[in-house]
Write a protein that binds this ligand. Sequence first.
Ligand code: ATP
Ligand code: MG
Length: 389
Amino acid sequence: MSQRVVSLSLGEVILKGKNRKSFIDTLMGQVKKSLHDISHGKIYQDTGKIYIDCNKEDQEKIIKRAQHIFGIVYLSPCIKIEKNIPSIEEGIREITRETLEENPEFKTFKGDTKRADKNFELNSMELNNIIGGQVLKNFPIKVDVYNPDFYIYMDIRREVYLYTKRFKGHGGLPLGTNGKGLLLLSGGIDSPVAGYMMAKRGVKIDGLHFHSFPFTSQRAEEKVVKLGEIISTYGGPMKIYSINLLPIQKEINKNCREDEMTLLSRRFMMRIAERISEKNGYNSIITGENLGQVASQTIDGLTVTNDITRRLIFRPLIGMDKVDIIDISKKIGTYETSILPFEDCCTVFLPKHPKLRPTIKEMEISEEKLDIESLVEAALNNAKIIEIS
Ligand code: ATP
Ligand code: MG
């Protein structure tokens, strides 16, 4: 039987010019790490794709695992064959036989050859003719060039690969190739999606969560940890800094206008995020904010929150519709956890009528009544760090 491999097609990574080699190396390292407990052979590159030698029965497991790695657009279970016509013909028969055993309903096919090795003796059209000839001679199915039941893909690289299945990866860029980001992670639908989207652009993510224990429950924290675990299946091991915002909320509640509660809390969250970033080398802060979703996310609301830090703030959901955010959260598997009914800190002191046109000046005036520095210090000193592996 022929050697089995899994092939990984790289998306934007291969367009990255001078960084290309380091991107591919990073990706290979991540593939290797993610497969640490699945048996496999050599992981190698062949003309712009990554291949993993393996047994047939491990192909599916490897694909499921590697599917979460950013930078990969397609994954295929392949057979690898020797680069000569008799082996190619035999390989075509083998992959077709297997595909038809798994899918007896298939009646039509089409050959699709890519010849990365331009020195190979036959060109793509001639190779497609070989596929057609072998299949028509040996199996009761027909060619359909417009709408085939399946494709027989053949890649002529340093070696020759044949496959009939392609699974979609998440695309994006390899993790860690775009710095470190601190994700403000609430228990809601939006922030996990925001984290996923930035991780997908190569940002290595840790979380920062604010709770209001004992006003919020232990289960609310467990929910956030669960969300962290799901995000980490894409973003790798992560930390969650968990901080009690209650002492700050109480001070705001005691000293400031009720309608400024949310915005002032938000500014404290940003201050704390800024301090943690400064100390731990996060070069971006990420939030799930979305323009116009609630009073604190109007242009004015975002302006006063934004004002706290000069650090780059990513708001990848800013222009999206809620239905589209929900679709992503379902796709990445955070939705069911996000809708569990445990409240995070924000709902505790929610003003009945939040301020609608806040200005930075007004915020600053209100904050004069608070000892900002010691409140932030105390919050940081009481931070708990949860490690998610
Ligand atoms: P989410 O699904 O993120 O909770 P939301 O619609 O509830 O979205 P808000 O509660 O207004 O949005 O919060 C906007 C953003 O502020 C969140 O996406 C998150 O990044 C941050 N944030 C809000 N509450 C918290 C919290 N308790 N801890 C950490 N970050 C928070
Ligand atoms: Mg929220």
